[in-house]
Design a protein around this ligand. Structure first.
Ligand code: SAH
Ligand code: SF4
Length: 448
C-alpha cells in the first residue's frame, strides 16, 4: 500500500519529501493543501512543481477512511462510523455549539445562510468540538464503558487518527457553507481524545497527530483546545508533558484506590497517588493551570456524599497543597450489559454542590447526541457485531471518496447489538459506604 500522507506531521512529511529529493517547503505546501483546504488530488495542488505533482501519485496518496454510517441527532450532534478494516469500526462525534436559537433544522443540510457563523439565520454555529478515537476497542476495560466491554482490537495509525479530523472538518465546511468564507474559518475549534480507546496507550501514533492539530500549516488549534483524556497511564503523562503538553483530562471516577481498582483496572498498576503526582508534574507545562478530572457518576457506587467528601480531601490535600483541579461530572450513560445505573439528577446536583462549596470548580457535563448513542461511553455499539459490520461493508462497497463531502450519504444505522458483549462481573467487592473510607489509605480491594 502506498504511503498515506494524512499520517505525517510537518517533520515527518519533510523527511518524506527529502527522500524524494524535495525541499522542506514542499511539505508545508502539501500540508496546507491537505489540511487547510481538504484537497486530496495532487493534480489540483496548483503551486506544487508540475514534476512533483506527476511523481506523487505513484508514491503516496491522501487516503480517507470509508464512512460506514452517519447519524445526526436532534441537537445537531453528528456521529460517524468509520471502517478501519478487518471488521473493526471506530466512531467520531461532532458536537456543535449553537447560539440561543439552538440547532437549525437538518443541520448538515441547513437552509441557506442558517448556520455559518455570522450568517443571517437564527442559529449561529459558534464553534464545535470533535471527539475522536485513538484505538479500535480498548484494553483498559473500565467497568462502565462500552468500548472497554468490547475488548481491544488494535491501535489506530496516525493517519487513522488524523483522518477523522480531516474528514469531519472538510465535510462540515462544505455542508455548513463555510467554504466560501475563506481558509481561516474552521468549523472544528476543539478536539478531544475522548472517543474509543486509551490515547496514551497508543502514544507513538498519537504524538504526530497532536502535532499536526497544533501546527499552523495543519489545523492551527491552540494547545488548550486539544484535550487528551486518559484513564491514567502515568509514564505517558510524563512523556506528553515533555513532547506536546496539550490540555489534560484525567478519568478519575473514584476517590479511593479500593474503588478505583474496581472501576478503572489500570489503577492497580498506577494508583491514585502516583497519578496525582504525574498531574502535579504536568501542570507547569500544561496550557491551563488546572487539571480536569472526569468523574462518571454511578448510582450507589461512587456518588454518595462520602465519596464527594473523599474526593474533596484527595484533590485539596494531595501532598499537602492539593492539585489545582476542575471536576467534570459525567452522568453515566448506561448500556444494558454494564449492570450499572446512572445517578439521579438530584444526586448529581448534590454531589456537584458539595464540590463547588469546597471551592473545587465543578461542572456537570451536558449529555449530547443521546438519541444517536453519541454520548460518552456509548461509542462502539456497532463494532461489537463484527459479522454485521462485515456484511454491511460488503453491501456498501469499500469505497473511499477523495473528497470529504462526497462520502457521507445518509446510511441506515443498524440497531446496536449487544451480542458480543461479555457481561461484566458484578461489583461484588464494593464495600458499604463506611468501609470505603477505611480502605482509602491505598488498600487494595480483592479482584472479583
Ligand atoms: N480512554 C480515555 C478516553 C476515552 S473515554 C479515558 O478513559 O479517559 C472518554 C470519557 O468517557 C472518559 O472520561 C470515560 O471515563 C468516559 N466514559 C466511558 N464510559 C462512559 C459511560 N458509560 N458513561 C459516561 N462516561 C463514560
Ligand atoms: Fe478505555 Fe477510556 Fe473506556 Fe476506560 S473509559 S475502557 S480507558 S475508553
Amino acid at each position: 500500500m502506498t504511503a498515506n500522507l494524512l499520517g505525517f506531521d510537518l517533520d515527518g512529511l519533510a523527511a518524506f519529501c527529502e527522500r524524494l529529493g524535495e525541499k522542506r517547503f514542499r511539505a508545508v505546501q502539501l500540508l496546507r493543501w491537505m489540511h487547510q483546504r481538504g484537497e486530496s488530488r495532487f493534480e489540483q495542488m496548483s503551486d506544487l512543481a508540475r514534476s512533483l505533482r506527476e511523481k506523487l501519485p505513484g508514491l503516496c496518496e491522501v487516503r480517507a477512511l470509508p464512512v460506514l454510517a452517519q447519524q445526526e441527532s436532534a441537537d445537531g450532534t453528528i456521529k460517524w462510523l468509520f471502517d478501519v478494516g478487518d471488521g473493526n469500526a471506530i466512531e467520531t462525534v461532532f458536537i456543535p455549539e449553537y447560539g440561543d436559537a439552538g440547532p437549525p433544522q437538518g443541520a448538515v443540510h441547513p437552509p441557506r445562510g442558517a448556520t455559518a457563523a455570522g450568517g443571517q439565520g437564527g442559529a449561529v454555529l459558534g464553534r464545535g468540538t470533535l471527539c475522536i478515537s485513538s484505538q479500535a476497542g480498548c484494553a483498559v476495560g473500565c467497568r462502565f464503558c462500552s468500548t472497554g466491554a468490547q475488548g481491544f482490537s488494535r491501535n489506530l495509525s496516525t493517519a487513522e487518527i488524523v483522518a477523522q479530523l480531516w474528514f469531519a472538518e472538510h465535510f462540515l465546511r462544505r455542508h455548513l457553507g463555510h467554504q466560501a468564507r475563506g481558509l481561516s474559518e474552521r468549523v472544528i475549534s476543539n478536539v478531544v481524545l475522548m472517543g474509543m480507546g486509551e490515547p496514551l496507550q497508543n502514544y507513538a501514533a498519537l504524538l504526530p497527530a497532536l502535532r499536526l492539530m497544533l501546527d499552523d500549516h495543519g489545523y492551527g488549534l491552540s494547545r488548550r483546545r486539544v484535550t487528551v483524556s486518559t484513564s491514567g497511564v502515568v509514564p505517558m503523562i510524563e512523556r506528553l508533558a515533555a513532547d506536546c503538553p496539550v490540555a489534560l483530562a484525567v478519568s478519575l471516577h473514584a476517590p479511593t484506590d479500593a474503588l478505583r481498582d474496581e472501576l478503572v483496572p489500570l489503577n492497580r498498576k498506577y494508583p491514585i497517588a502516583e497519578l496525582l503526582d504525574a498531574c502535579l508534574a504536568y501542570l507547569p507545562r500544561a496550557p491551563r493551570d488546572f487539571i480536569t478530572f472526569e468523574y462518571c457518576l454511578l448510582d450507589g457506587v461512587n456518588d454518595q456524599d462520602l465519596h464527594a467528601e473523599q474526593l474533596i480531601a484527595l484533590l485539596r490535600g494531595h501532598r499537602g497543597a492539593g492539585v489545582p483541579s476542575k471536576v467534570n461530572l459525567i452522568p453515566f450513560n448506561p448500556f444494558p450489559a454494564s449492570g450499572l445505573r446512572c445517578s439521579s439528577r438530584a444526586r448529581v446536583q448534590a454531589f456537584a454542590q458539595r464540590l463547588n462549596a469546597a471551592g473545587i470548580v465543578t461542572t456537570v457535563r451536558k449529555t449530547r447526541g443521546d438519541d444517536i448513542d453519541a454520548a460518552c461511553g456509548q461509542l462502539a455499539g456497532e463494532v461489537l457485531d463484527r459479522t454485521g459490520a462485515a456484511q454491511r461493508l460488503e453491501r456498501l462497497g469499500r469505497q473511499t471518496s477523495p473528497v470529504p463531502g462526497d462520502q457521507a450519504q445518509p446510511i441506515v444505522w443498524q440497531p446496536r447489538s449487544e451480542k458480543n458483549i461479555t457481561p461484566p462481573r458484578p461489583l461484588r467487592s464494593l464495600p458499604p459506604e463506611g468501609a470505603v473510607a477505611v480502605a482509602s489509605g491505598g488498600g487494595r480491594a480483592p479482584l472479583p
